[in-house]
Design a protein around this ligand. Structure first.
Ligand code: GAL
Length: 656
């Protein structure tokens, strides 16, 4: 397993490069990512390329035995380009050009910008295509579904819509523009959503805009990838992604790239409220699920964070090492820490790297060095992967749509997915988080929370899955919208009604008010946020409401459908419910459960088909002891162990 760092040679005196590389090698770094913001140093004026310094950096690393991931620096064009071509500057939703001098303010749809971006990428790829130590390429940095409303984006958006919908009449129908007299009589009247609050905007228009901008990001990344591949047909190409407000559709973004790259910043503080999710494992599984294969971490938490917010607490002892190993446990093959040195200049001077401003040896670097030693012992694990019996379906489009129309106070799409994820994790199960667009027949259990926007392929996959004997769980807010983000004129859960054998006769968005449900065995659990009032047709009742005017009405149902079973959870429940429900589901579907795991212990298994490696991660603030069923060989300590003693955030990996 490869551990490395992100490094910004352009931010340091050249006299420091050699010392830094030597120190990195001594610490155990095997890989550095460089270049993603260095355009002004690589092309200081139009068409004048300066690669000598980069040659020097790469060869210094090479001599120190450190491999390089080289980034196309297209996130930050040089100032001369903005000056000569102000039309490449993004225009915000308010119609004003964004302020330059920060970062990421180029319009990726601008043909002028695109040609510059391809040119610098081509020059880089040409120069380093035969450099053996350059083992991977990153295009751009954290590409978003941008909100650029420049003339190019607006015109391209109109063309894109006309292409998708054939004609204006269809667009008017799809967008429901008869509402508030918004009918278009000419494509030029179509405008992207502006700066007005999203709640006031047309949801169909907003979703198309999101799709268009996701597509733009994906096409831009693909063009850069092709540019690199022309020079170097074997290049491995990725980009990096965090999950935030403007994340593009991940499945679209990574469709053509080789590897998923994730920027992993797990929480430093564990929440006190037991209902709050804290494990970052869900996002790691989500990133692995984007291409349904192992991924790379391009940026990993290394110190106190602080740029857009006041400085956070420092990672606790164990977190630097533990959170990296947690990423390996969930399918990462590479982890790069952001960043080697903390910047002394620029807006990010308080987003700390491993070294503080002084560069003096410190606790975090010492822990990172231990991580490098441990990772070196895990080399055999690079060709292992996770096999899961359980899949949770995630959709970037649903995530986006719920963010723009949050349904009820406290409603969170990802929290629903995370509740299930945490419940299965309590029993040591591997869990995949996938789109549901590909084959799902290999799973024993599929959880599809809040299937809000209609997706033909996923819906058909779910039906086929249950018909052929699968066990499926759907939840409230499923079947609500058509593919255009408009409400369907059907009793909910609409397209899934037959599958779940039940109908939602009414719903009660109760927000943060807590109510009760009672399951078939008489156990009581809390529920809040949303209550579907359900009438069964062919389903049986798994749990009923124990509160309010719909007391004794079904809250959770179970329906046999062809050879399979589908459950419907009509409300948002507390953690105890999901744990009890997960235990029942696993029992019924024959998925093995590890019982008695202390809270916060995460167990996953990687295999190469023959050997199995079990990762035990103590994601809690307390010391725990875990007895093993038989003595096992610890890959971390290179000894046999009958039980594991794990300090907070400590990981052990045993060979089964
Ligand atoms: C990421 C970005 C990095 C750095 C980091 C910490 O979003 O890719 O360049 O800014 O966050 O702030």
């Amino acid at each position: 397993m490869r551990v490395g760092v992100d490094y910004y040679p352009e931010q340091w005196e050249s006299s420091m490069w050699q010392q830094d590389a030597v120190r990195m090698a001594h610490t155990g770094v095997r890989l550095v990512r460089i270049g993603e913001y260095a355009w002004s140093r690589l092309e200081p004026s139009e068409g004048e390329f300066m690669f000598d310094w980069l040659d020097q950096v790469i060869s210094i690393f090479h001599r120190c035995g450190i491999e390089v991931i080289l980034s196309a620096p297209t996130n930050c064009p040089p100032q001369w380009m903005y000056h000569d071509h102000p039309e490449i500057i993004q225009v915000g939703p308010d119609g004003e050009p964004v302020q330059t001098g920060i970062r990421g303010h180029r319009c990726i749809n601008s043909p002028v910008f695109q040609s510059y971006a391809k040119r610098i990428t081509k020059e880089l790829a040409r120069r380093y295509s035969n450099t053996r130590s350059v083992v991977g390429w990153q295009v751009d940095n954290e590409l978003e579904a941008y909100q650029c409303t420049c003339e190019v984006c607006r015109e391209k958006f109109r063309e894109w819509l006309m292409d998708r919908f054939d004609n204006l009449a269809n667009i008017n129908v799809a967008f429901g523009t008869s509402v508030w007299s918004n009918e278009y009589s000419d494509p030029s009247q179509i405008e992207p959503p502006g700066a007005y609050p999203k709640e006031w905007q047309n949801p169909a228009l907003c979703l198309e805009w999101y799709r268009f901008q996701s597509e733009s990001a994906a096409e831009f990344a693909k063009d850069l990838m092709i540019t690199i591949r022309r020079e170097n047909p074997n290049a491995l190409v990725t980009t990096n992604t965090d999950i935030g407000r403007n994340s593009p559709d991940l499945y679209r973004l990574y469709r053509d790239l080789d590897i998923v790259g994730y920027d992993n910043y797990p929480p430093i503080e564990l929440p006190e409220n037991k209902e709050e999710h804290y494990s970052h494992a869900f996002y790691l599984d989500l990133m692995r699920g984007v291409k349904e294969r192992n991924f790379w971490v391009m940026e990993q938490l290394s110190g106190p964070t602080g740029t857009w917010a006041p400085i956070s607490p420092s990672p606790k002892p164990g977190q630097i090492m533990g959170y990296s190993l947690q990423a390996f446990a969930h399918g990462a093959d590479v982890v790069l820490h952001f960043r080697w040195r903390t910047a002394t200049k620029g807006a990010e001077m308080y987003w700390h790297g491993l070294l503080d401003h002084s560069g003096a040896p410190n606790r975090r670097l010492a822990e990172f060095s231990e991580l490098c030693k441990t990772a070196a012992k895990l080399d055999g694990l690079e060709n292992t992967y996770l096999i899961s019996d359980i899949a949770i379906i995630y959709s970037s489009e649903n995530d986006y749509a719920f963010r723009t129309q949050p349904q009820s106070p406290g409603f969170s799409y990802t929290d629903q997915l995370r509740s299930f994820h945490e419940a299965f994790s309590r029993y040591g199960a591997n869990v995949d988080v996938i789109s549901g667009m590909n084959d799902i027949t290999r799973y024993k259990l599929v959880i599809a929370p809040a299937m809000y926007i209609y997706n033909k392929r996923v819906s058909e996959n779910l039906y086929r899955y249950v018909i052929n004997g699968g066990t499926l769980v759907l939840t409230c807010r499923s079947g609500v919208k058509d593919q255009n983000n408009n409400c369907v004129m059907e009793v909910l859960p609409a397209v899934f009604k037959e599958l779940v054998g039940a109908e939602v006769t009414e719903y009660d968005p109760i927000g943060e008010k807590e109510q009760k449900i009672r399951d078939f065995a008489g156990n009581e659990f809390g529920c809040k946020v949303w209550c579907d009032i359900i009438q069964t047709t062919t389903a049986r009742v798994y749990a009923e409401y124990n509160d309010s005017w719909y007391r004794c009405m079904p809250a959770v149902t179970m329906n046999r459908y062809c050879n399979g079973v589908s459950y419907y959870v009509g409300t948002v429940c507390d953690r105890d419910f999901y744990e009890s429900f997960a235990a029942n589901l696993m029992m019924q579907t024959g998925i093995p459960r590890l019982k008695g795991l202390p809270r916060g212990i995460e167990v996953t298994t990687r295999t190469n088909g023959n050997d199995e490696y079990i990762f035990f991660f103590n994601n809690s603030g307390s010391h725990v002891t875990i007895p093993l069923p038989k003595p096992m060989y610890s890959m971390v300590d290179s000894i046999g162990k009958a039980q594991l003693e794990l300090k907070p955030f400590e990981m052990d990996i045993v060979r089964k």
